[in-house]
Design a binder for this molecule. Structure first.
Ligand code: NAD
Ligand code: MG
Length: 380
């Protein structure tokens, strides 16, 4: 029928992923371009009368006004607390400043804390929300790829102690995650790539089909096409599933640490200096190492290890220890840095290894000497 209206390509609908936690704590993750402008309506629907926005200086300059305008247009009283950008803001000092800021803005039990920014802001604001008046509700508005696919979902909040990363914290689930994927347009290439390491990780952990999809569609994620929203949604679905089955990391949730035992060691050895290495770059090298180590132990095929490294490299990520600027020292330095990880028991190392792409598992009893020999070869 030639007179029938031609269907224009459908307007992309914002995607929605539910996190079905018990005891009335279930929440939605909404994913789509432009969602920041709906934060006011969402906050009003949650019954809040006031909102305390916590953000960093960079994100405040880019999106602060829009979020504030949306909340005020919905009739909420608004205050904003801004911290310096960077990991150093996950500190006792900034935690105190944010908490007192929220109190001075008269944020009460029925109100909302809004975490607007990357994982640093999400962890810090989430922890402030967990402690303020023994717990106020909070909304995650993640603005980095890493935060949209990982840190904003699952309820882990916290700050760093001088004695180590993420050592002070609480489980506190958000009431809503609003992932405006258009905010990633202003993210640096490097931060985008770093977040992409975590995207690929979900495929490698338990979804070979998703990894294959990534191999075909990764450039659309970077370019901000519909693939970006689809990828964020797929990752959130995967993370939500794990979190619902194992909220407190008694088991399966540890799989999310694929690539992280090596990755954390590299971050430690580079002094958490983001000029040298950001988390996602450490994870990318860690993912490649986890697969090569699995292959060496005869657990997975060498082609799979090659495929993982090739894909990460294609996306511009490092996959070898030699690519860490300034170097990482000798195998023993690396082993010592790994042994400081939370996942060490009685000198035996717990690794997340893989039987293949999408087939990761927890290997709780890996021999130190085996790891050492592997690292020696890797550093050769
Ligand atoms: P980040 O929050 O420091 O953000 C990275 C940089 O990007 C910052 O300089 C920030 O100002 C800037 N930025 C943020 N959004 C932007 C945008 N839209 N446009 C331009 N610039 C923007 O770092 P991150 O990688 O998002 O998060 C890392 C943190 O997340 C770490 O502290 C880590 O421990 C934590 N984390 C937590 C969990 C969890 O489950 N809670 C999981 C993974 C990581
Ligand atoms: Mg990570």
């Amino acid at each position: 029928n030639p007179s029938a209206p031609r269907r224009s390509p459908a307007m992309p609908q914002p995607l929605r992923v539910n996190v079905p936690l018990n005891q009335g704590r279930d929440y939605d993750i909404r994913i789509g371009r432009g969602l920041l402008d709906e934060i006011g309506i969402e906050a009003r629907d949650l019954g809040a009368r006031a909102a305390g926005i916590v953000t960093d200086e960079t994100v405040a300059g880019l999106y602060g006004e829009r979020v504030q305008a949306s909340l005020e247009a919905a009739g909420l009283r608004c205050g904003m607390i801004t911290v310096p950008p960077g990991e150093a803001s996950k500190s006792y000092a900034e935690f105190a400043r944010v908490s007192d800021g929220l109190l001075s803005h008269k944020i009460e039990r029925g109100d909302l804390v809004v975490a607007l920014g990357g994982g640093v802001v999400g962890d810090l604001a989430g922890f402030a929300a967990a402690s303020l008046r023994r717990g106020v509700r909070f909304v995650q508005a993640p603005t980095t790829l890493l935060a949209q696919v990982d840190s904003s979902v699952g309820g882990k909040t916290g700050i760093n102690s001088p004695l180590g990363k993420n050592l002070i914290g609480a489980f506190h689930q958000p009431r809503l995650v609003l992932a405006d994927t258009a905010t990633l347009d202003t993210l640096s290439e490097r931060e985008m790539r770093a977040g992409y390491a975590e995207v690929a990780k979900y495929g490698l952990i338990g979804d070979a089909e998703f990894f294959e999809w990534c191999e075909t569609n990764w450039s659309g994620i970077f370019a901000g096409g519909p693939e970006r929203d689809e990828a964020v949604a797929a990752c959130c679905r995967a993370k939500a599933g794990v979190v619902v089955r194992d909220e407190r990391e008694d088991g399966e949730r540890a799989l999310l640490n694929l690539g992280h035992t090596f990755g954390h060691a590299l971050e430690r050895l580079t002094g958490y200096d983001s000029a040298r290495l950001v988390h996602g770059e450490g994870v990318a090298i860690g993912l490649a190492l986890a697969f090569r180590f699995s292959a060496r132990l005869g657990l997975c095929g060498g082609q799979d290890a090659g495929r993982v490294a090739n894909h990460l490299a294609l996306a511009g990520l490092p996959t070898r220890l030699q690519q860490v600027p300034g170097g990482v020292g000798d195998p023993d330095a690396l082993l010592d840095a790994m042994a400081q990880d939370k996942k060490v028991r009685d000198g035996r190392l717990t690794f997340i290894l893989a039987h293949g792409i999408g087939q990761s598992f927890i290997a709780p009893d890996i021999d130190r000497a085996e790891v050492r020999a592997f690292l020696e070869d890797e550093l050769r």
